[in-house]
Design a protein around this ligand. Structure first.
Ligand SMILES: Cc1ncc(COP(=O)(O)O)c(C=O)c1O
Length: 422
């Protein structure tokens, strides 16, 4: 086997062979440049068209284009009628705003540990976490793998809970043939730089009822009841934010959306190819795709089996050393999260708005929520041993790039004994 690149050997991945995300072509350029000729760059016809095109693509009745996925999550919380003192169940491992969106509207997150195989909320632990104040469940289709929505919806129906899907990473992912974002009461997508539909920054709220759409729209634009395309009365009927986006971003979103299905196909082919090439590598726990789930391979996340490679020290140190070796081979791997959510200060300090609010609000009294990271051992084990990769599986990269990435994995894991741990 060739010498590791980190020790001076040749790189497994030829420099420059991994192309950037997202692919930008003349249709994108023309769409964005055309906006510069419009009368207004603010919310307008491209925003409205993007909303209806995205709703049609995903299979929703309504969509509202936002300036971030986090904004769309906050809108979903409000659209589900969640407010001061309510409890919302959410996975212990995700992006911070999968849970801070709950605090944004004075409600209180209650965490549920993850299932190690899927990295998603452990659906078998949801019922035990329900309190008398629980109003909703936020499920996160993490890294592009759908949560088992059959189980989640059955629990929600049984306990009369709302369901919000954080589909920020899961564009196109399917559960039993249906797209994520079509199961719960509302869902949020993100279009930030890393996402499978990229507009630089941006997001989309989706739902299937007029009531949820109206509540979300009010929060989205200053608490008003009319969009900027309508004749506004500039009256704040409720507490509102400014979560709208603009025409340039919407135009890029539309032209990228037109290519989403071809991107998805390429990601699926690349993911399947990589699975085939690196399955069975000692010490590497590959991502799973259970029957009935169609992954979008947003983030190809592996875990290191420390026991299998004979490492008994701190897992993070070995993980760091392996990642450095892969990076030296030219593979852009990284740690996605260093902390599980219940370990983050914003929750543990229980003081988001000062004076202990919202946890100290009189409406929150009766059922105390405390955050003890030790109660989420599975999420912690995942966090300490994982590393992920996004761009090599995205268009325009194809299986020839995946071949090189797979070579790098074999080279590094085949010479684990030569890797120096600091
Ligand atoms: C799972 C998840 N939820 C929410 C978000 C927030 O999206 P945004 O960055 O568009 O606000 C992200 C991405 O950052 C995410 O990965």
């Amino acid at each position: 086997m060739q010498q590791l690149a980190i020790s001076g050997g040749p790189q497994a991945v030829t420099a420059g062979s991994i192309k950037n995300w997202p692919p930008i072509d003349d249709t994108d350029r023309k769409s964005v440049l055309a906006v510069l000729e419009q009368k207004s760059l603010a919310y307008g016809p491209n925003n409205e068209a993007f909303q209806s095109e995205f709703a049609a693509w995903n299979g929703n009745q309504h969509a509202i284009f936002t300036n971030s996925g986090t904004a769309a999550l906050h809108m979903a919380v409000v659209a589900c009628g969640i407010g001061a003192g309510d409890h919302v169940l959410v996975t212990a491992y995700s992006w911070s705003s999968s849970a801070t969106c709950i605090i944004h509207h004075n409600a209180i997150p209650v965490f549920v540990d993850i299932d190690f195989d899927t990295i998603n909320i452990d659906v078998d632990k949801i019922e035990k976490a329900i309190t008398p104040k629980t109003k909703a469940i936020i499920v996160v289709h993490l890294h592009g793998l759908a949560v088992n929505m059959e189980k989640v919806m059955a629990i929600a129906r049984k306990h009369n809970l709302k369901v919000i899907e954080d589909a920020c990473q899961a564009h196109g992912a399917l559960f039993k043939g249906s797209k994520v974002g079509t199961f719960g009461d509302c869902a949020a997508f993100s279009f930030n730089q890393n996402k499978c539909l990229c507009t630089g920054e941006g997001g989309m709220f989706v739902s299937n009822t007029e009531e949820t759409r109206q509540l979300a729209a009010q929060l989205w634009s200053f608490g008003e009841t009319r969009t900027p395309a309508e004749s506004r009365d500039y009256h704040a009927y409720a507490l509102g934010w400014m979560y709208r986006s603009n025409e340039l971003t919407a135009a890029l979103g539309r032209s990228q959306l037109a290519k989403m299905d071809s991107y998805f196909k390429i990601q699926r082919e690349n993911g399947a190819h990589l699975n085939k090439l690196i399955r069975g590598i000692k010490g590497l726990i590959l991502p799973t795709e259970p029957a009935g789930h169609t992954h979008n391979w947003y983030n190809y996340t592996s875990r290191i089996d420390m026991h299998a490679i004979g490492w008994t020290g701190e897992p993070q140190k070995m993980r760091e050393a392996i990642m450095k070796a892969l990076q030296a081979e030219g593979v852009p791997v990284g740690v996605w999260q260093n902390f599980i959510l219940p370990a983050m200060t914003v929750f543990r300090a229980k003081n988001a708005y000062g004076g202990g609010c919202p946890w100290s609000c009189h409406l929150a009294k009766g059922v105390e929520v405390n955050y003890n990271p030790a109660e989420f051992p599975v999420a912690q084990r995942h966090t300490d041993t994982h590393f992920g990769m996004t761009v090599p599986l995205r268009a325009p990269n194809r299986t020839d790039v995946v071949d090189q990435v797979a070579d790098a994995f074999h080279k590094v894991f085949g010479q684990i004994d030569k890797i120096k741990v600091d």
